[in-house]
Design a binder for this molecule. Structure first.
Ligand code: HEC
Ligand code: HEC
Ligand code: HEC
Ligand code: HEC
Ligand code: HEC
Length: 605
């Protein structure tokens, strides 16, 4: 590909710029090291996800600066460049190339296999035309030659559509009647009940009609997560010519008033993810047992740091940001404004940010599950089985099972709540302070008792105790936001996790939370230099999530190419064969490496 001088860019090329999202002007840059390779122009023009997002305003606007990098010359010349050290292209490239949210809606459009071919053909044609137009404009207006065989799509990409669409169709057929999703009314149900999570549908959005599927947004776009309400003022404000001096240092309230959602606040960030990954009935984001029984894959437990990393993360963690802003005179001011309390005590450079995120994620996850429970009880739809531990009902009959050995909080045989959301709760509560931890633990036991009081629990008592506990957690969340985690705290948490009692590891999802948390801390100890690369602790932490030992796998089906449905059978088999006793043994060995000698008293439930 030939690179022509910048001066060739004329006003006439604006159309192309808009089509493939290439920015006109450079932006003042902080000096920062550059590493990964950005996608080339050909890669962009040949990527169906990229090309189709380019026709949507809420992404097109952002891409002009955030994905294409400073200017077209640099893109075409494959020059590595950053937007600024604060907001770099390197991270943003991940969004365009890998993130699954970009395509979440397309892969659950309910297709019956016979409709697919025509659907695919028309999509291919549209995208080919767009890529062809862009290539022609490059040639005509900028004098850049791209071999037309190179761009455009030669075959339909596998991640674009697949078995998951047929599964979705089967789910809709079972819930609302055979073929219903091909009618306005039936598609409306799909939109209201499914696209809230799978497409970012928020009640009054357009582009979510039955006949809009070919042109419509194919997934969850930038504005869904980054904008608060309808106010777009922040977009112009934050990209002002000298952002170093103004926007970055504004307090979150000011940014929110201008319409930008505050995601630097870790609890608010967790809240965004958990709406879809745990549920939020007030936004109609709720996978009911009917949906599960119709075929919806089980929603797995979620550990915030792990999921952000796997998203994959298109931003810098605070510690990465701290490093890349090392030359910036406003670095400390930024951390003081955005992380009050944390950076003053331990210093932003020494804080264990990922471990802190894990703790906050654990608290917010518990709070979200409590909110779901309360909303369900108050909405008089009490008893939806999806709020209980699936394995309460779905397991083999066995008279000497681990569950039997553990005992029952009330009469034997009553379904319990999901167990995963309490797996990391105690370490997070104790990190705050022992007194409030004691209060929250008391509230937890009241809630357990309310669930055990009668089959499926007493909804009034459940709602009351769940609300009290949620209020308690709200206070803890606010306190933990302001409290730094240092190397010593991280080690202490790790030792506690290594001593998690077997009874708290009975369900696959709860055990996964513990393993993810351990891996988060160990990774961070490594990156902070507290563990040498050859320390046996590192391998032992990896082995905890290796399915060949206990059956538990810490891997996630993340990335655009990964379907859940395709691997669901294997995942369900792993869950069935998971062996808590083996994991407990592994944890004990792991504890020995950490110097845990005797089982210190630690109640996890
Ligand atoms: C005209 C260029 C431009 C456009 C268009 C643009 N941005 Fe930015 N954005 C920037 C720059 C430059 C920064 C870095 C600011 C700094 O260094 O202080 C930034 C920073 C950000 C940040 C971090 C801000 C903070 O205060 O934490 C987010 C989030 C962001 N952009 C999202 C978006 C989204 C979403 C869109 C599309 C709606 C968008 N941007 C459109 C140039 C742009
Ligand atoms: C609360 C949010 C939420 C709602 C509501 C929801 N889903 Fe999902 N769905 C998810 C999540 C999260 C996953 C990924 C599960 C995983 O990671 O294993 C998923 C997975 C799926 C998959 C598998 C996708 C794949 O990659 O193979 C299909 C198909 C699906 N959902 C269809 C539906 C349909 C149809 C509805 C409505 C009847 C629906 N979903 C409602 C959150 C939701
Ligand atoms: C599923 C939600 C989600 C979507 C979709 C999303 N983002 Fe983000 N984004 C986040 C979160 C969470 C952060 C982290 C904020 C923080 O820690 O300060 C973030 C951070 C950023 C940053 C921060 C600056 C940096 O580089 O560190 C930029 C810029 C950004 N996003 C741009 C975009 C653009 C552009 C799009 C669309 C192409 C997009 N985001 C789509 C959730 C999302
Ligand atoms: C609007 C709803 C929505 C929001 C908000 C959202 N997600 Fe997702 N996310 C989904 C859906 C739906 C899928 C499954 C897509 C599929 O497989 O088809 C998914 C998949 C994922 C995956 C891949 C693993 C898997 O189970 O498929 C990760 C990791 C992930 N999300 C992390 C996050 C994080 C971190 C945030 C917050 C920054 C977030 N998500 C916010 C809806 C959402
Ligand atoms: C209170 C008991 C109970 C709980 C808890 C429960 N289920 Fe079910 N589930 C049932 C019953 C009863 C059926 C219907 C079985 C039948 O039709 O023979 C069923 C059916 C299903 C089916 C259809 C396949 C089958 O075996 O019939 C799936 C899939 C399913 N449940 C998933 C889940 C998931 C995922 C969870 C946890 C989020 C869950 N269930 C929680 C009782 C429960």
């Amino acid at each position: 590909m030939k690179l022509f001088a910048q001066r060739l860019i004329t006003a006439a090329s604006l159309g192309f710029m808009a089509t493939c999202g290439i920015a006109q002007d450079g932006i003042a840059q902080d000096a920062a090291p550059v590493q990964d390779k950005a996608p080339t122009l050909v890669e962009r023009l040949s990527d169906p996800v990229y090309m189709s997002w380019m026709s949507h305003n809420d992404v097109k606007t952002c891409v002009k600066c955030h994905l294409a990098g400073p200017n077209v010359g640099e893109i075409i010349g494959d020059v590595q460049s950053n937007l600024t050290a604060f907001s770099r292209r390197k991270e943003m490239d991940l969004w365009v190339l890998k993130d699954k949210h970009t395509i979440a809606r397309r892969r659950v459009e309910p297709f019956d296999p016979s409709r697919t071919e025509a659907e695919l053909k028309s999509l291919m044609e549209q995208l080919d035309t767009m890529a062809g137009n862009a290539a022609r404009q490059l040639q005509d207006k900028l004098g850049i030659e791209i071999d037309s065989d190179q761009v455009g799509l030669t075959k339909f990409p596998k991640e674009w559509i697949g078995e998951s669409n047929f599964l979705s169709r089967r789910i809709c057929d079972k819930l609302w009647g055979e073929g219903s999703s091909e009618t306005e009314e039936g598609y409306g149900k799909f939109r209201e009940n499914c696209l809230t999570c799978h497409g970012g549908y928020q009640g009054d959005d357009t582009g979510f009609e039955l006949d809009s599927t070919a042109q419509a947004k194919i997934g969850i776009g930038c504005l869904y997560c980054h904008q608060q309400g309808d106010n777009p003022k922040w977009i112009a404000d934050h990209a002002a010519p000298n952002p170093e001096q103004n926007w970055r240092l504004l307090p979150a309230e000011v940014k929110s008033t201008a319409g930008m959602r505050d995601l630097a606040n870790t609890a608010k960030q967790a809240d965004l993810c958990f709406d879809c990954h745990v549920g939020n009935r007030s936004k109609n984001m709720f996978v009911t047992h009917e949906m599960y029984a119709a075929g919806h894959p089980p929603i797995p437990s979620i550990e915030l740091h792990t999921f952000c990393g796997e998203m994959p993360q298109h931003w810098q963690t605070p510690s990465q940001l701290h490093d890349s802003l090392s030359a910036s005179p406003t670095r400390d001011a930024y951390f003081t404004v955005n992380y009050p309390g944390v950076s003053e005590i331990v210093g932003a450079g020494k804080t264990y940010w990922n471990t802190r995120k894990m703790l906050l994620g654990a608290l917010v996850a518990r709070k979200k599950t409590l909110d779901l429970i309360t909303e369900t009880a108050n909405a008089h739809t009490w008893g939806d089985y999806s709020l209980y531990d699936c394995a309460s009902c779905h397991h083999e009959l066995d008279s000497d099972s681990l569950r039997q050995q553990r005992g029952f909080p009330g009469a034997p045989g009553r379904p319990r709540q999901h167990e995963w959301s309490t797996a990391l709760l105690n370490i997070a509560l104790e990190f705050d302070q022992p007194e409030s931890a004691a209060q929250a633990k008391q509230a937890e036991s009241k809630l357990t008792a309310a669930f055990a009081a009668e089959p499926f629990g007493d909804p009034n008592r459940v709602a009351k105790t769940a609300t009290a506990l949620a209020d308690e957690l709200e206070k803890t969340i606010a306190a933990v936001e302001k409290k730094p985690v240092d190397a010593a705290v991280a080690m202490n948490l790790l030792q506690k996790l290594a001593q998690t009692p077997k009874n708290a590891l009975l369900t696959y999802d709860a055990a996964r939370q513990v393993v993810w948390a351990i891996q988060t801390i160990v990774d961070e100890m490594k990156s902070e230099g507290a563990l040498q690369p050859d320390d046996p602790i590192l391998q032992a932490a990896i082995d905890l999530g290796d399915a060949s030992v206990s059956g538990l796998s810490s891997a996630l089906p993340s990335g655009r190419k990964e379907f859940i449905y395709a691997t669901l059978k294997g995942d369900l088999e792993r869950r069935e064969n998971y062996n808590p006793a083996k994991l407990k043994q592994q944890l004990t060995q792991f504890g020995k490496l950490l110097g845990v000698t005797q089982n210190a008293k630690l109640s996890v439930r």
